[in-house]
Design a protein around this ligand. Structure first.
Ligand code: NAP
Length: 286
């Protein structure tokens, strides 16, 4: 069994981004963080991302709105960020307070600043196989983990458990593209899937994005499979994944740990998308 070291692969990506930014002419790339409300996890995630931005040379801009803000006020804030020439990317930290719908607000971010890749234009480009949109960070991070670990994807049966708009669905679209390093046969499973355990056991590459600690057990994993654990759950003594690592790892050819697997990649690909946004803006000259 080989452990996929997400920290190490993320660091390599960050180093190459830092190197590229060091040689840019003119201003530094800028990323705006919009936080709505006081969700403690959102505050922590923003701090982590801002620290990484500073390390690679991306400027952070903070916008904070109260939990009871109206939809109209959020849209005004997003439009101001859209117009700001120093801001290349806009990240609206999720989850939002319950009265706000994330996906109806994301539509108000310019697709060219949507570094999360959640805007319908970017999601549509991904589905169509167009390469000039932003690909959501976690799916892109998982793809890079597989490629960097020399794990062949083409022709493989990938089973993804979880069909969220931010992980499962875009990941299924990405891995099934008719392109090199893709071409997987993808099964997208969810809470209504029949025979989930036997579906998972057919996977050459099993990806768990469920949000249920230790949901994937050894009975669900084929010998020699690659297992990617996206889950981040609060355990009694730290973060735990969706995969029961202790019992599943001995069966796998490769497996990601939690923490230190997919998580660091998500942040690294956010930085990469921000640099991409900066470059798009430079060529568009607006
Ligand atoms: P989500 O929106 O809650 O989606 C969870 C998915 O899991 C849904 O599609 C749901 O099915 C499915 N599911 C739930 N219970 C199931 C069951 N018993 N059997 C089969 N499928 C089941 O979650 P998410 O935002 O995708 O996040 C998933 C996990 O990944 C969470 O732990 C989250 O913290 C973590 N995450 C990590 C990163 C990272 O960077 N590492 C990034 C994003 C998310 P239905 O659609 O039928 O309800």
């Amino acid at each position: 069994m080989k452990l996929i070291d997400g920290m190490h692969i993320a660091k390599k990506i960050e180093n190459s981004i830092a190197e590229e930014i060091k040689h840019l002419q003119g201003r530094q790339p800028g990323l705006a963080f919009l936080r709505i409300g006081e969700d403690p996890s959102s505050k922590v995630y923003i701090q982590i991302k801002k620290k990484k931005c500073a390390q690679v040379g991306i400027l952070s801009f903070d916008r904070e709105l109260p939990a009871d803000v109206s939809k109209e006020e959020v849209i005004e804030t997003l439009e101001a960020l859209n117009q700001d020439p120093l801001i290349d990317g806009i990240l609206m930290q999720l989850p939002l307070p319950p009265h706000l719908s994330a996906f109806s607000l994301i539509e108000h971010i310019l697709p060219s600043k949507d570094v999360d890749g959640f805007h319908p234009v970017n999601m549509g480009k991904l589905l169509l196989g167009e390469s000039d949109g932003f690909v959501p960070c976690t799916p892109q991070g998982i793809h890079r983990l597989l490629i960097d670990s020399n794990i062949s994807i083409e022709g493989k049966h990938v089973v993804i458990v979880g069909r969220s708009n931010i992980v499962g669905k875009p990941l299924a679209a990405l891995l099934s593209q008719k392109k090199p390093f893709c071409n997987a046969t993808v099964t997208l499973a969810h809470s209504k899937s029949n025979n989930l355990s036997s579906l998972c056991k057919e996977a050459d590459i099993l990806i768990a994005a469920i949000g249920n600690p230790h949901f994937i057990t050894k009975e669900m994993v084929k010998k020699g499979a690659v297992v990617i654990d996206v889950g981040i759950n609060k355990g009694p003594s730290g973060l735990i994944g969706d995969v029961d690592f202790e019992e599943v790892a001995p069966l796998c050819s490769y497996i990601t740990p939690v923490p230190g697997g997919v998580g660091p990649m998500t942040v690294a690909l956010l930085l990469a998308n921000t640099l991409q946004a900066y470059k798009i803006k430079k060529t568009r000259k607006f």
